[in-house]
Design a protein around this ligand. Sequence first.
Ligand SMILES: [Zn+2]
Length: 119
Amino acid sequence: MAECIFCKIAEKKVPSAIVYEDSSVMVFRSIKPLAPIHLLIIPKRHISSVNEIKEEDKDVILEMFLAAQKTAEKMGVKRSGYKLAVNVEKGGGQEVFHLHMHFLSGWEGEKDIDVPGMP
Ligand SMILES: [Zn+2]
């Protein structure tokens, strides 16, 4: 989509701090970090929200979780742990309407955090 900021990031028309990338997904740092490590995992092709996921998207959804694993390894938090969160639509706290998963980690100990839109 022409006006979608995450599509522009995926196409590298807008710069981002990329942590991981392959042919179908990209992981980059959030510009509004809510945790010591706050990354966003996106499919490169435009899917606006969880509500718009279709059967044919199943490969890219798996790729998002595999990217989370690889990112956790790379960031050194695979064993200590991390949180994955997906906000769905405005009422669920979704701000950018291109599917994305928040990857949050890097706290001392086992503190929980508040993610906007999550109870
Ligand atoms: Zn998009």
